[in-house]
Design a protein around this ligand. Sequence first.
Ligand SMILES: Nc1nc2c(ncn2[C@@H]2O[C@H](COP(=O)(O)OP(=O)(O)O)[C@@H](O)[C@H]2O)c(=O)[nH]1
Ligand SMILES: [Mg+2]
Length: 390
Amino acid sequence: MTTVTPEPQAHDAGSFPVTQDLAEVRFLTGISIVVPTYREVQNIPLLLERIARLRRDHDLTLEVIFVDDDSGDGSVEAVQASGHDWARILVRTENRGLSPAVIDGFRTARYPVLVCMDCDLSHPPERIPQLILGLNAGQQFMIGSRYVPGGSTDDDWGFLRWLNSRIATLLARPLTQIRDPMSGFFALRKADFDRARDLNPVGYKIALELIVKCDFENVGEVPIEFRDRVHGESKLTFREQLKYIQHLRRLYLHRFANAMHLAQFLVVGASGVVVNLVVLSLLAAFGLPDAICLAGGIGVSVITNFLLNRRFTFSYAKNGPILRQFAGFLGASAVGALVSFSVSMMLRTRALFDVAFGLQLAALCGIATGMIFNYLGNRYIVFRKTHVRR
Ligand SMILES: Nc1nc2c(ncn2[C@@H]2O[C@H](COP(=O)(O)OP(=O)(O)O)[C@@H](O)[C@H]2O)c(=O)[nH]1
Ligand SMILES: [Mg+2]
């Protein structure tokens, strides 16, 4: 992670020193700026005006593509009225939503550098050259960030809105180390975008989706002053925020497939321990002999473990032949169960030590030993490494 720090005076939005580096931006290939819009008719001319100034000042080759979800509020006319031949608007009527709109815009972009930004003037277009300098310096993805030194949000961000944004960012931390992955202001190369596979953006967080699915490692941040919108309304609803949780789960499964399976397997195993202890304590309460209590606890927990693993951990196999799967599972657990039972009984009957263990403690020790056997059996027998054939 790198932070590309702008020149100190660049913090006052709008003014932008043309240093040696920034001058270089002129020689870069063209930039396609994609702006998802929904009911932004008032903001379109204001944004175009600022981009026009930027284009002039830096002699940039660029196009602006508004991707509108059929707002019907005069947005199309507003773009046409601007008279800029480098600005156009796509009107979508299907698969509505911010992220799909951005992806559609990127697909129709004609230049090798892609920029995405909001239409509501929250994102300063004057920072675009710095995003591009980051790409030039070897970054794969550059993001305009509120949370790196020099970045800020408007003062009237209420505590709840701030907290919400910070929690959302924290939940994404295992996926990316950048400070502001929630930002909708970013730049990347079209060639990298074209290589992205299984893009499946649910909701708002298109930058996060791209960083994870494109496996970007070099991501840089440029501080921005985030301005609250003056015209129109935010479309970030509570429903969108719920979709974010769903989006995160998919991204975690994509990035950590093996670890997610193991974690689910362990959670199911832990639930089995609880089931085991509850069942054996119930049977003991009826005054049944220890052997029956221990066997009952193991038997019931093997069944619940099987059902839960089939439903969650290995959910891809949940429609397979259940009896055959159960037989396989029993075979795999049999050794562990037998060890668990024997160890518990030996602890209980003083066959191992001089003291007799309590029933539950004996059961827990048995379970722990049985699990080690289960693991070793799977590791070295069921899933052993096969010999390399010549
Ligand atoms: N095409 C399209 N654009 C959208 C949609 N929802 C929001 N936008 C645009 O995406 C940008 C960010 O949305 P905004 O409502 O400002 O979200 P906020 O900044 O998180 O409050 C703005 O330019 C919106 O006009 C949508 O469903 N389709
Ligand atoms: Mg906004």
